[in-house]
Design a protein around this ligand. Structure first.
Ligand code: GLN
Length: 483
């Protein structure tokens, strides 16, 4: 039963082949058996899951239907869940039980989804290896000595290991797409404003977006359908109708114009990944797509701009964790300053502290113009590059990451080496565009992802292209041995 996709589960539940309660019990047992190897969960919510599963079964018995009714999922542990620990992967929030549900959590619960637990993540979503979590590193099910990517690494590892069919993630600079690529999943970062950020613990507010991680584009469509939509509680949420994503999956790709940026094939890209990217292009050509070389001339400025803007926003967002209002408080503070210093010094891990310092520096009076303002100008240039490119093409295609997964610990002493892995993903966040990563092959037994980017609110087109690709390839069906 654990091999079923969300779409297959929906059919099985509708045909009464099994109940949500039966399925939930199978998956909870599988998590108990296998997750100790992976460490993909921070908290399990067995009681809630069984209660939600029974309620979903009762709703079906009453004639209700819906693709998510009774479907087991998990939430990245930065979505607030009422009465349940919401740690954000940090000692700072180890004792924090959210007083309310995030909009995404509430919407999915209302659609009948069953929450199995809260997944592991890089501390405050800062990282691309899931090694900065207070709860320990997550292992990649394709090779337990390798990282699963991050920051949504727990969600990715759990879905890749077939512990459950799908999970939520968030993506500030690649944290859905990059772990999807490194674990052979499909992951989608929606347009900024498509999915509510209310109740999503903020890292960099102008970049953060929640989205689905699943094995197939078809399943991402189902989960996104339950997550997307206008939310008056989030002032950056956009009041744009949500199309029927599943209905659009079978559109023809005849004449689809795919742009491949020449800057993507620079020295940093593993040539074996470049070959797999070109093989995916050939596959899409067979389906009727036409390929065009394009240029994104400001791409090389994206990493420096992102690593100023994201830490700047983080330094501001994380100032609320002061030992007074939320989470961790140090023992026996001598005075207020000591309380602040030690609560933050002891509650935050080294990567979070590094980013707060970088961000505070970039925003300080003498350096604001030189760093923050400059980074914002680069951000606009990157957006303009995309706007120009989308005048010529419908979709942009390239690698999701320059390299496959790396060994646990390999980049721990060199944060910049890890930052460079984000080169293909962060531009979509800087521009606010939707992006999807889909399985496209293997290098040394490790999965490789291809990234598709589309104009604003064209998530449906991304899902359509990925679904058509997946109807004609079988990379996404490969299962890691032992799982
Ligand atoms: N790796 C990037 C960072 O560390 C992106 C993280 C994310 O998308 N949350 O900031």
């Amino acid at each position: 039963m654990h091999q079923l996709t969300l779409a297959e589960i929906a059919r099985g539940l509708a045909d009464k082949k099994f109940s949500s309660e039966e399925l939930t019990k199978v998956l909870l047992a599988r998590i108990a058996q296998l997750d100790p190897q992976l460490n993909s969960f921070i908290s399990l919510t067995e009681d809630l899951a069984l209660q939600q599963a029974k309620a979903a079964d009762a709703r079906r018995a009453n004639g209700e239907s819906g693709a998510l009714l009774g479907a087991p999922i998990a939430h990245k542990d930065l979505f607030c869940t009422q009465g349940i620990r919401t740690s954000c992967g940090s000692k700072m929030l180890d004792n924090f039980k959210a007083p309310y549900d995030a909009t995404v959590v509430a919407k999915l619960a209302a659609a009948g989804a069953v929450t199995l637990g809260k997944t592991n993540m890089d501390e405050f979503a800062m990282g691309s290896a899931n090694e900065s979590s207070y709860y320990g590193a997550v292992k990649n099910p394709w090779n337990l000595e390798y990282v699963p990517g991050g920051s949504s690494g727990g969600s990715a590892a759990a879905v890749a290991a077939r512990l459950l069919p799908a999970a939520t993630g968030t993506d500030t600079g690649g944290s859905i797409r990059q772990p999807a690529a490194l674990t052979n999943l499909t992951g989608l970062k929606p347009t900024y404003g498509r999915v509510s950020r209310w109740g999503m613990i903020a890292y960099a507010s102008s970049l953060d977006q929640g989205g689905p991680l699943a094995r197939t584009a078809e399943d991402c469509a189902i989960l996104l359908q339950g997550m997307a939509g206008f939310d008056p509680q989030d002032s950056t949420s956009i009041d744009e109708p949500v199309p029927d994503y599943s209905a659009g999956l079978n559109g023809s790709l005849q004449g689809l114009r795919i742009g491949v940026p020449k800057e993507y094939f620079s020295a940093g890209l593993d040539p074996r990944i470049a070959d797999l990217v070109m093989a995916s292009v050939e596959e899409l050509k067979k389906l009727g797509a036409v390929i065009k070389e394009i240029s994104l001339p400001n791409m090389q400025h994206a990493i420096p701009a992102y690593y100023v803007i994201a830490p700047a926003e983080a330094s501001s967002n994380l100032s609320r964790f002061d030992g007074v209002r939320f989470g961790y408080r140090c023992e026996d503070p001598k005075n207020l300053e000591d309380l602040y210093k030690r609560s933050r010094g002891e509650g935050f891990g080294p990567e979070v502290q590094r980013r707060i310092m970088v961000g505070a520096y970039a925003l300080s009076a003498g350096y604001y113009d030189a760093y923050y303002l400059k980074a914002q100008k680069i951000r606009r240039l990157i957006k303009n590059d995309f706007m120009a490119a989308f005048n010529e093409v419908d979709i942009i295609l390239g690698p999701t990451t320059p390299n496959p997964a790396w060994k646990l610990g390999a980049k721990n002493n060199d944060p910049v080496a890890a930052y460079l892995e984000d080169v293909y993903t962060i531009t979509a966040n800087l521009a606010g565009l939707p992006g999807l990563s889909m399985p496209a092959g293997f290098v040394d037994g490790l999965p490789v992802g291809v990234q598709l980017l589309a104009p604003y609110f064209q998530e449906g087109r991304l899902l359509n292209v990925a679904h058509q690709y997946q109807q004609n390839t079988d990379w996404h069906t490969r299962t890691p041995t032992g799982f």
